[in-house]
Design a protein around this ligand. Sequence first.
Ligand SMILES: NC(=O)c1ccc[n+]([C@@H]2O[C@H](COP(=O)([O-])OP(=O)(O)OC[C@H]3O[C@@H](n4cnc5c(N)ncnc54)[C@H](OP(=O)(O)O)[C@@H]3O)[C@@H](O)[C@H]2O)c1
Length: 269
Amino acid sequence: MIGEDHMKDIPANTVLIIGASQGLGLQWVKYYKGCNHIVIATTKNIDAAIELKGLLTGSDDKILKLDVTNTDSVISAMNHIQNAPDIIIYNAGVKGYTKCPDFKATLLNAQLVNNGISSRDEGREVAFQVNAYGFDRVISVLKDKILMKPKVAVAYISTGVANISQNISGGYPHYRQSKAAGDAYVRGWDIDLCQETMLDSRPRIFSIIPGLINTGMGTDIEGAADPIKRVADMAAVIEHVKITGDTHGIWKYDGTKHVQYELPVIIRG
Ligand SMILES: NC(=O)c1ccc[n+]([C@@H]2O[C@H](COP(=O)([O-])OP(=O)(O)OC[C@H]3O[C@@H](n4cnc5c(N)ncnc54)[C@H](OP(=O)(O)O)[C@@H]3O)[C@@H](O)[C@H]2O)c1
């Protein structure tokens, strides 16, 4: 278990939070503002992000318009970031299917209802665009800046249902599959950037699982946790990985690993 009081002693960092207008994203902003860090937050719709704008009161805080499904939008938003943030949190995520009280959503019946139109293709497309390809877009645009700064931590907010070996009851159509693809991009970027920089200062790119939380996707589900404590717990894990460089697994909010990876050859030596 990783300590919770660690943030008191940490100097101010710049934190980029992608997908920050609501739910867990907004809680990340509140947490890091509470630690007196500089926060750069993104949202698809700045006008609608009233609560988020109210939190970004520091002279260096920024709010950026970003739709991760669009490469031009990613380039344009990232152009406003001069130096890599110390911590990047890829919080953006979508379900890609519409829950129905009458049946369990599975790959057999997956559909996304949007503006009254029901489409399986649209659900699959948006899930992969946001949960997987968007992460790849952001890192490929920011990679040179990330490599210029030692030990940048990049946390991808994953989910326990992305673990293929633990799919024993089905469901979560396209969400499960796209988050597994997201985890695969995370590991790929972590290993591939190893070759480009000094090993001890290499970026720390890793996935973390928040567990069920009472925000957007987990709203009012029985047993969903309070986001305040969960974000504080995950921030402690991020700091631990930033210090140790242990990106070799999928971390859980409680400081344990959900999945353990082999050490890459370049690190094993
Ligand atoms: N809640 C849970 O129980 C739970 C469990 C496991 C994992 N997670 C993961 O935690 C993250 C946050 O979940 P949440 O419950 O807070 O869900 P949420 O309230 O639905 O928030 C999702 C966020 O994704 C962002 N987003 C969606 N489409 C985007 C796009 N095209 N471009 C950029 N950003 C986009 C939104 O950002 P803007 O509206 O600001 O643009 C929004 O802030 C997700 O990645 C989710 O998979 C949640």
